[in-house]
Design a protein. Structure first.
Length: 300
């Protein structure tokens, strides 16, 4: 088997990192892709070499074996076992120069495996490697009130219209993948994928944490002391009537079960809404009001 310099094929140094290898591979794969060079035998040959080089050098274990064993890198495990077995025998003869064992050379390994398995096992299958198209990335902005139920939307990305269902309760920054909607490479390979990242704008007074919502509600001092009723909004626009208990303290928290956000991919169930009461102290008291508060303080 002839030695093939994969580093030379990709035009990178032996110290190149994965990012450099990937960049070089993509550039060359596009240049020599069969769809771009129809009927060009030389371009197809180069395309196969480029994919073969990338298959080896982009994989840590394969690259390690290639750097050590060269053209026989695929049989590195067998080489290691054979060498360990030979060393473990630890023969000791008086004339070590005549009977001693040295480390296998590359030719020794080739001869060993050709005799044991037959040369046909070293032949690479003549198949056309697949090339994956570039992935596309898009950002979609939505209001938080747009994700209270699953909605179908039609997007236009790279000139193509894509109809997709946006699940209720999706998170800010969440990303979904739509397979095969990236770069189209045709029958020679696999189309890239489309990744859509969601950016949610909070157009409400609610604060969201996962599936739960939080809201601060102001109540006047008299209602806090004597009790009463208040009306508060919920995320879906409906109103809820709450009873305020007498002698309610500032920062009192209550939970309204099922009044939060819909749970992602389970919109029949919702998170909870947590209300925090902020008691408002009256301002600009009249003389009569102030005197009443003075009398009250003396009673306490």
């Amino acid at each position: 088997m002839k030695y093939i310099d994969y580093y030379k094929i990709l035009g990178v140094s032996k110290s190149a990192n994965n990012a450099e290898i990937k960049k070089a591979y993509r550039k060359l794969a596009r240049k020599y892709h069969p769809d771009i060079n129809p009927g060009n035998v030389e371009a197809e040959r180069k395309f196969k070499e480029i994919n073969e080089a990338n298959e080896v050098l982009s994989n840590y274990e394969n690259r390690k074996k290639y750097d050590k064993y060269g053209k026989e890198w695929k049989h590195a495990d067998e080489f290691e076992k054979a060498n360990q077995k030979r060393q473990s025998q630890d023969y000791q003869y008086p004339n070590s120069g005549q009977y001693g064992y040295s480390t296998f050379s590359e030719d020794d390994f080739s001869d060993f495996f050709n005799s044991k398995f037959g040369g046909q096992n070293f032949r690479r299958k003549n198949r056309r490697p697949k090339f994956k198209g570039q992935d596309y990335y898009a950002k979609l902005q939505l209001n938080i009130t747009d994700i209270l139920k699953s909605e179908k939307q039609t997007l236009t990305i790279a000139g193509k219209k894509i109809r997709l269902t946006i699940p209720a309760g999706i998170e800010n920054g969440q990303e979904i993948k739509i397979k095969n909607y990236g770069e189209v490479v045709g029958s020679a390979g696999e189309n890239g994928d489309l990744y859509i990242k969601f950016e949610l704008i909070n157009n409400t007074n609610f604060k969201r944490k996962k599936n739960d919502l939080y809201l601060n509600v102001d109540i006047d001092l008299y209602r806090a002391i004597l009790g009463g009723e208040i009306i508060i909004p919920t995320i879906d626009g409906k109103k809820v009537k709450l009873k305020v208990k007498p002698e309610t303290q500032n920062n009192t928290k209550i939970k309204l079960k099922g009044k939060g956000m819909p749970i992602y991919k389970d919109e029949e169930n919702w998170g909870d809404l947590y209300i925090t009461y902020n008691i408002q102290i009256p301002k600009n008291l009249s003389d009569t009001e102030r005197n009443l508060f003075v009398k009250l303080s003396k009673l306490r």
